[in-house]
Ligand binder design. Structure first.
Ligand SMILES: [Zn+2]
Length: 231
């Protein structure tokens, strides 16, 4: 027998989706339907399902507005542990503020996911990230400084998960960093590339190489590998 596999849906939220998202990723809505299919088709047997949400306070440190500068400028920010360590950050438009429309799952996904959350036929959970004001998160496992861990890794371990399959937004930011941390945490990690969208699709080759460098397997929705997760 193989291991136990979790499906991880990263940041499928209105602010990352066209046409109205403040940080919309081109063609983001195209992946909603096939992701719902992964969740609802009797063909697939997941042992756990997690959907993540970027979940910021309105004055979050990653917002350009917080620093009174233009979105997409970069700024050197210091570690919240006052160690003196600094990292260059891209500052974003205000996005995914807690309890706003932009932080919500798209309705058609939410309808399905809420049902699964209620039923708990398999362990199903929302993991929030980005709620501490003073630090950026791309990964759903921890902040960019590796100081604060979310409950993601523990939840996967508690449910005996060995393998993680990721989809969502964005291929080159939150999905990538979540996958890298998933692999670091010892989970065999896969990303279904055509069920993600990138902020910078012209850099896909570079992004894919980075996944592979960090022991994450990049597959597509037509890969043979998907049969391993089918009934
Ligand atoms: Zn964010």
């Amino acid at each position: 027998m193989g291991g136990k596999t979790a499906l991880l849906v990263v940041d499928l939220q209105e602010d990352f989706l066209p046409p109205d998202g403040s940080l919309a990723v081109a063609n983001g809505r195209e992946i909603i339907k096939p992701i719902i299919e992964l969740l609802t088709s009797k063909k697939y047997k997941w042992d756990a399902v997690i959907a993540t949400k970027d979940w910021h306070p309105s004055d979050h440190i990653s917002f350009a507005k917080t620093h009174a500068v233009t979105p997409y400028t970069t700024k050197l920010l210091s570690s919240p542990d006052h160690s003196g360590e600094t990292k260059l950050h891209t500052l974003w438009p205000v996005h995914c503020v807690q309890n706003t429309l932009g932080s919500e799952f798209p309705k058609e996904f939410n309808d399905v996911f809420e049902k699964l959350l209620g039923l708990q036929t398999v362990p199903t959970k929302i993991v929030l990230k980005g709620y501490l004001q003073d630090r950026e998160y791309y990964s759903c496992f921890e902040d960019v400084w590796g100081l604060h861990k979310t409950e993601c890794a523990q939840y996967l371990r508690d449910n005996g998960i060995t393998d993680v399959v990721a989809v969502g937004i964005a291929y080159d930011f939150c999905v990538m960093n979540s996958c890298i941390d998933s692999a670091k945490n010892g989970f065999k990690t896969y990303v279904i590339k055509d069920l993600t969208k990138a902020v910078f699709p012209d850099k896909d080759e570079e992004t894919t190489a980075n996944y592979e460098k960090h022991n994450v397997t990049v597959i597509t929705s037509t890969s043979e590998k998907l049969k391993d997760w089918q009934v």
